[in-house]
Each structure stands twice: as structure tokens, then as C-alpha cells.
Design a protein around this ligand. Structure first.
Ligand code: NAP
Length: 409
């Protein structure tokens, strides 16, 4: 093995966490250079390591591993592409950049033999990608469900447990550093969607684009929704899920979801993340851990750095096997809709619709129809949640409302 020489891009939340942990624990992972942007900023790092010129590191032939943890996905793609093209291995935490460029990034790895690892980009400290890619490389998975966004989970936990309004819970998440000043990607569920797309690639071998998948955020949640959940002993969580239908297709969606106490995700609170995997022989596995933060994410980056130094690469086995799984959005799910303007129910056709009062209704609807209705639902500030998930083998409805208590709000 060549002597490791690591170039680190970014010394923010994740970069600093990785840098501190590499110094504390593993001299072989200490970066030889750190590229940042702002020349004025004070840093908790040896100043002789700092550089403001990306080419100083990318063009250095001895640098054989790039750790990319910057906050700009276009710049990140340029750095990662240049590094992989030069045969350098790369570790990144940037799920948005990965999802936007997956076909190119996989082709580059294939062409140059360099490896790209991104464990930290999916649920930070939870070792889920290497587990799915390696341990489950041969075993069919039927379902992956995850609470993949710590900000949303913190907000939903605070609303449910402390009785706060959405705006108060969001402000507290921002004060604690869990949420960005612009929280759109988190609360509108795009961050969870990116992670689900990566999980689906490794777990099912199916490569999708964000636009292919119905996702809906948590920002319209209000007290009546919590009242509805509590009446049936449910909690509300932002769940990203992918499952294999009986017809051999793959169905994905990300929405708020009512979860019951028998669901492991019910017990994942605050900024924590959780994932369940159902596999053919192993049964149900549940993983939980910190989904964000300097040291939890830095630890995942450090782990990837060591895996990379030891020669680890993702196998993309299920993707390469052409297993015939194709996505479908004809799946029907059971949903709860609450709107401030009940007139819009005239434009939404639900099967088995059941009214629970003037402003809210439950019933079944296809994912394709939800995608079509999304602009209307968002414009009218509708709160939408799917009903509790049930693993069925009919390949159609995947949520159940048999436990719903009658409640009017
Ligand atoms: N924060 C988390 O808990 C977490 C968890 C999982 C994944 N991630 C992902 O990790 C990545 C980094 O997030 P973060 O929270 O650490 O961001 P951050 O705190 O905002 O830090 C970003 C760093 O990137 C540097 N930077 C930005 N553009 C650059 C460029 N073109 N060249 C060199 N350096 C550049 C900044 O430089 P200056 O210091 O000079 O401004 C800063 O040091 C993101 O992709 C994020 O999605 C974050």
C-alpha cells in the first residue's frame, strides 16, 4: 500500500470533527493539507496545513486520498470528479452532490479504479451503507425504512413531547445547530429523499432521480394532527421508505407517517436517526444512532478513510446484477390529509375516503397521483401523512388504518 497522504477539503462542522478525531486517534489519517475558502477565519488547526488553492492538493501526485466535506455541491462535484479522474480515492459526506451525479461517479470509479465512499452522507454515524452494500450484497431486501433527517425528527419530537408549535420547534432546532438558517432541504424532506435514493441504489440495485419519487415535508403540521396521532397512540415521524412489491417492482416515498409503538422508528427521538431493513433470511434489523453533528459525522468520515486505506470499495453488486427490479409509482398508499380549506377535497379523489371532521380525511391514493397533486397540496398548506406501514405482499396498499381511533379535530 502507498503511504497515505490525505487532502482535506472543508474545515467546518464535519471537517473539524474529522480533523480532531484523526489527531486524537489515528496519525495515519491526519490530513497533510486542508483546503478552505475564507483566509480571515480563525481555525482550530495547524496553520501550516491550510491552503486556499484546490489545485495545490488536487494536482499533487503524492496525495492519494481526498476527503471532501465542503458545503457547496457544485464545487464538491468538481473536486470529487478531478480527484477520481486522477485515480485518487475520495471520501465525501455530500449526499446532494452524490445523488445529482451518481451515474457519472459510478462510471468514473469503474474507469479509473479509484474508490468513492460516502457513509457519512447517509445517517452520519449509523454504519448503514457498508452494511447494505457488503453484508446484504447477496441477500434480497424487501424493505428499507428510515428516519434519515435529524432536524425533522428533532422538530417532530419537540412538537409531540413538549406541545410546541412548528415555528418554535424549528427555531430551537436552529439555535441548537441542528437546522440550517434555510431549513428547506431538511423540513421539506429533500435531504431524506437524497439518502433514500442512495440506500435504494445499494439495497435494491435501482438508480432513481429525486424527481422520480414523491416526497412531502413536515412544515404544515399543526396541533390537530398531533391530537389525531395521540388518539390512536401514534407518533408522527418523517419516514423515507423503499419496498419491493409482490409484482417485483420497487416503490419509494418520503412523507410524514403515523407510527405505532410496535414500530422501532416510534422510539427514535430528537436528532437521532433510525433505519429498519427487512431482508429475506435475516428478518428485520434495526439501526439507530446520531444522524448529524461534528463528531458523529467526523467519526463516519474517519471510518471511511480507514476503510479506503485498507482497499475497501462499494460493490454495487445488486445494481450490477441487473436483477430486473423496476420502480413503480402506481402503488396505492393510505394517507391522512388535513387542510385549512376543505374545498380542495373536491380536487382530490381518494378511494375508501373517510371524513373525520370538516377539514380532514383519510383514504387511499396512488403515489403518481400524489406527485401530480403536490403543488396544490403545498400551495394550500395541506398537512399530509401516510398511515402506519404494514408489510403486505399484495404489492398494492402498504399502510393500514385498522387501529385508527375516531377523532374529530
Ligand atoms: N453538519 C452535519 O452534521 C452533516 C452531517 C452529514 C453530512 N453533512 C454534509 O457534510 C458536508 C459539510 O457540511 P458542514 O456542516 O461541515 O458544512 P460547514 O460547517 O458549512 O463547513 C463547510 C466548509 O467548507 C468550506 N468550503 C466551502 N466551499 C469551499 C470550497 N469551494 N473550497 C474549499 N472549502 C470550501 C468552508 O470554508 P470556510 O471555513 O473557509 O468558510 C467550510 O470550512 C455537507 O455536504 C453536508 O451536507 C453534514
Amino acid at each position: 500500500m502507498k503511504t497515505p497522504k490525505i487532502g482535506l477539503f472543508g474545515l467546518g462542522c464535519v471537517g473539524q470533527g474529522f480533523y480532531d478525531l484523526s489527531q486524537l486517534q489515528t496519525p495515519s489519517a491526519v490530513p497533510g493539507k486542508i483546503v478552505v475558502k475564507d483566509p480571515i477565519k480563525k481555525r482550530n488547526a495547524d496553520v501550516s496545513l491550510l491552503s486556499f488553492d484546490k489545485d495545490e492538493v488536487l494536482a499533487d501526485e503524492d496525495t492519494n486520498l481526498i476527503v471532501e466535506v465542503i458545503d457547496n455541491s457544485a464545487d464538491a462535484y468538481s473536486i470529487v470528479k478531478t480527484a477520481l479522474s486522477a485515480g485518487k480515492n475520495v471520501v465525501t459526506a455530500n449526499k446532494k452532490m452524490i445523488v445529482e451525479n451518481l451515474p457519472e461517479l459510478m462510471a468514473l470509479q469503474e474507469k479509473t479504479g479509484a474508490a468513492l465512499l460516502y457513509e457519512a452522507g447517509v445517517c452520519a454515524s449509523i454504519p448503514i451503507l457498508r452494511t447494505i452494500d457488503s453484508y446484504f450484497s447477496q441477500e434480497p431486501i424487501s424493505t428499507i425504512r428510515g428516519l434519515c433527517n435529524g432536524t425533522s425528527n428533532y422538530i417532530l419530537s419537540a412538537i409531540y413531547n413538549r406541545g410546541w408549535d412548528y415555528a418554535v420547534a424549528l427555531a430551537e432546532a436552529q439555535r441548537l445547530g441542528f437546522a440550517e438558517s434555510d431549513p428547506t432541504l431538511d423540513v421539506e424532506s429533500y435531504d431524506a429523499l437524497y439518502k433514500l435514493i442512495i440506500l435504494t441504489l445499494h439495497g435494491f440495485g435501482v438508480l432513481l432521480k429525486p424527481d422520480d419519487v414523491f416526497n412531502y415535508g413536515i412544515s404544515n403540521i399543526q396541533a390537530p394532527d398531533i391530537k389525531f396521532a395521540k388518539a390512536s397512540d401514534y407518533k408522527i415521524r418523517q419516514v423515507a421508505q423503499a419496498y419491493k412489491t409482490a409484482a417485483g417492482k420497487i416503490s419509494l416515498w418520503v412523507t410524514p407517517q403515523f407510527v405505532s409503538p410496535s414500530d422501532p422508528l416510534y422510539h427514535v427521538e430528537n436528532e437521532f436517526n433510525g433505519i429498519t431493513i427487512d431482508a429475506e433470511h435475516s428478518g428485520t434489523q434495526f439501526f439507530s444512532g446520531r444522524g448529524a453533528g461534528s463528531y458523529p459525522t467526523g467519526a463516519a468520515v474517519l471510518s471511511d478513510v480507514h476503510a479506503s486505506l485498507a482497499g475497501f470499495k462499494y460493490r454495487y453488486e445488486k445494481y450490477k446484477s441487473n436483477n430486473g427490479l423496476i420502480p413503480t409509482d402506481t402503488t396505492e398508499i393510505e394517507v391522512y390529509l388535513r387542510t385549512p380549506n376543505e374545498k380542495i377535497f373536491e380536487q382530490i379523489s381518494l378511494r375508501n375516503a373517510e371524513s373525520h371532521g370538516r377539514n380532514f380525511v383519510t383514504g387511499s391514493i396512488r403515489l403518481a397521483e400524489l406527485k401530480r397533486l403536490k403543488p396544490l397540496l403545498e400551495k394550500e398548506k395541506v398537512f399530509l401523512a401516510s398511515l402506519p406501514f404494514r408489510q403486505e405482499h399484495s404489492g398494492t396498499a402498504m399502510a393500514g388504518k385498522e387501529e385508527l381511533k375516531k377523532v374529530s379535530v
